[in-house]
Design a protein around this ligand. Structure first.
Ligand code: GTP
Length: 601
């Protein structure tokens, strides 16, 4: 297809504003999916996505759409719709998907208005100089207020409220007009067909049958079947075994030219060999300069993952090895904990990424897992100048510390104006600094903050939601680091450290953490033959203490008379129980107690 007849676009929308439903309707109207094959959310393939109703992996589909000109002549166009992941954890992937487009449909629920996430992605699209097509969705809803929100959107993106299209993905109203508008407003791609080929990878997905499927957007030149390609970040070369487009089922083509969006298969088995943001070129006629914007995925949040049943450790390792094939951002290394045994320290892009991975491990690989409280990465400089990167609180240096730096985020919070005070209260508790505030309309406010990332990964989002009765929305992106007065609080049983409970917290909150954890452990730890002090300490200084009282536990006490077999049974049972015990110094604690303490957060 010649570039003038191509339109590349994505849909920017907040979760639940109806992106998948609209995409389904477009597939149907353009005839690439027959009505009888239509199933809800055709593009969301993973079960977990379907259940949680979120899109994790982006997809690209090609759809034919003919527009009728003023002369009555039909001109067929090829639309490439690139589905972007909707969550903050995947900002980099979103930015690459946007970079593959010339335009974006800004989809807003006509009963809800703009949300923080929409706003963040909209700003990203604007930075990428995409043509924005504002659309209000769900106008069939009785609660829809299209006039009100059209005003809000026009205010935000410029233009007139009348220019905002009104559609319903559910009934199909207005969707044809939207397809026409996409052709009319979004610029055709431009590129140099004669130049050495350059194509940008905006997604890569592991498929059990086909190996890694790499989604690309051709910028210059072309990619052709059977040619040898090179990845510009690593220089690795591969043969193009298959090249084509999804429409929406994979369809082999004779190649991809300037502006086209499609997939390629080289037979590699690991998404790390086909990295998002990388440039694909021809091995024998390579481009000299890679496309801008490539960066390696960086884990931001770490957590220890342990099998509840220690014998599952090899199964957990195999499962992580498998997941890694499909997730270039997943990072892990083995770790042992006194309290929890053998496990892994795993790096994630953010909290949602953590949840998704954990859920997939439990569901797809049938594992029962416990995870330690998530933490961010700290840069610690000791007084003697030595620098240490801390990804596990129990490794926080004990020597004289010069400076600790913690990552911060820039957060955007949208809230009805009645909750402004509530939001300010929460952000202050979490060491936030306000950097801006705007009224989007009379009753909706955008607040901007810098906040320590550690304060966000804890339970910030839950707190925000519950304190604003679900009305506020949040988005954030990493924004460098800052020095902070942070200390490591250790939890000690009978003077021995319980590694899984060490935490790095702000000095002002150390005491609260200490009191909370010692009280919790006191409840959970069974009485021993002797008194067990449960302490919280910063270095050698104890800041909180509880005591588990002594109790003599004699399993034979219940046995009167001489029934030896019954006695033996009870002793056997006690031995079994002991296997599940963990020794912290001389204190025996059932592993379940640690698990309970970690999960009741
Ligand atoms: P994510 O994949 O989580 O980003 O969600 P989404 O934006 O793709 O939303 P989805 O298409 O799954 O729709 C969310 C909910 O809104 C579903 O219950 C849909 O049935 C409903 N919905 C979508 N479009 C419309 C519409 O035009 N009218 C009405 N009444 N409901 C709609």
């Amino acid at each position: 297809t010649s570039p003038e007849l191509i339109r590349n676009f994505c849909i920017i929308a907040h979760i639940d504003h109806g992106k998948s439903t609209l995409a389904d309707r477009m597939l149907q109207l353009t005839g690439v999916v027959q009505a009888r094959d239509m199933r809800a959310q055709y593009l969301d393939r993973m079960d977990i996505e379907r259940e949680r109703g979120i899109t994790i992996k982006s997809q690209a589909v090609r759809m034919p759409w003919a527009v009728v000109g003023e002369d009555g002549i039909e001109t067929p166009h090829a639309l490439h719709m690139i589905d972007t992941p909707g969550h903050v954890d995947f900002t980099y992937e979103v930015s690459r998907s946007l970079a593959a487009c010339e335009g974006a449909v800004l989809l807003v629920d006509a009963a809800q208005g703009i949300e923080a996430q929409t706003l963040a992605n909209l700003y990203l699209a604007m930075e990428n100089e995409l043509e924005i097509i504002p659309v209000l969705n769900k106008i069939d809803l009785p609660a829809a207020q299209p006039e009100k929100y059209a005003e809000e959107i026009a205010h935000l993106v410029g233009g007139e409220p009348e220019d905002v299209l009104k559609v319903s993905g559910k009934t199909g109203v207005g969707v044809e007009a939207l397809l026409d508008r996409i052709v009319e407003r979004i610029p055709a791609p431009t590129g140099d067909a004669g130049a050495p080929s350059r194509a940008m990878i905006f997604d890569s997905v592991y498929d059990t049958y086909r190996g890694v499927v790499t989604y690309v957007r051709v910028i210059d030149g072309s990619l052709n079947p059977r040619e040898r390609i090179a990845m510009m970040s690593t220089g690795a070369t591969h043969e193009l075994l298959e090249i084509g487009v999804h429409s929406p089922e994979p369809t082999i083509t004779k190649g991809l030219g300037v502006g086209e969006v499609g997939y390629l298969i080289t037979g590699v088995k690991d998404v790390r060999q086909s990295k998002v943001g990388d440039t694909v070129t021809n091995q024998h006629k390579p481009a000299t300069e890679a496309l801008e914007g490539y960066s390696d995925p960086k884990p931001m949040v770490f957590s220890g993952l342990y099998p509840i049943d220690g014998s599952d450790y090899p199964a957990l390792r195999d499962a992580l090895d498998k997941l890694k094939l499909n997730d270039a951002a997943l990072n892990y290394e083995p770790e042992t904990s006194v309290a929890l045994g053998f496990g892994f320290r795993v790096g994630f892009l953010g909290l949602l990424h953590l949840e998704i991975v954990r859920e997939r491990l439990e569901r797809e690989f049938n594992l029962d897992l416990i995870s330690t409280a998530p933490n961010v990465i700290y840069d610690v400089t000791l007084e003697d100048g030595e620098k240490v990167k801390v990804t596990n609180p129990s490794e926080f240096p004990t020597g004289k510390i010069g400076e600790v730096r913690e990552p911060v985020v820039r957060a955007t919070i949208l809230t009805p104006s009645e909750f402004v005070g509530t939001v300010m209260g929460l952000t202050t508790e979490r060491r936030g600094v306000q950097i801006g505030m705007d009224y989007l309309s009379e009753d909706r406010v955008e607040l901007r903050y810098t906040l320590p990332m550690a304060e966000i990964v804890f339970d910030f989002f839950d707190q925000l939601k519950s304190r604003t009765r679900g009305y506020a929305s949040l988005d954030y992106e990493p924004s460098g680091d800052q020095t902070a007065d942070l200390v490591k609080v250790d939890i000690l049983l009978q003077g021995d450290q319980v590694d899984a409970f060490s935490a790095i917290v702000h000095r002002d909150k150390a005491y609260d953490y200490g009191v909370l954890m010692t009280a919790k452990l006191k409840e959970i730890i069974p009485r021993q033959q002797f008194e067990v002090p449960v302490q919280a300490a910063i270095g050698a200084r104890v800041i909180a203490r509880e005591t588990v009282r002594a109790m003599r536990k004699d399993v034979l006490a219940k046995c009167y008379g001489g029934d030896i077999s019954r006695k033996r049974k009870l002793l056997e049972k006690q031995k079994e129980g002991k296997k599940r015990m963990k020794n912290i110094g001389s204190v025996e604690v059932p592993k379940d107690a640690f698990i309970a303490a970690l999960s009741s957060e």
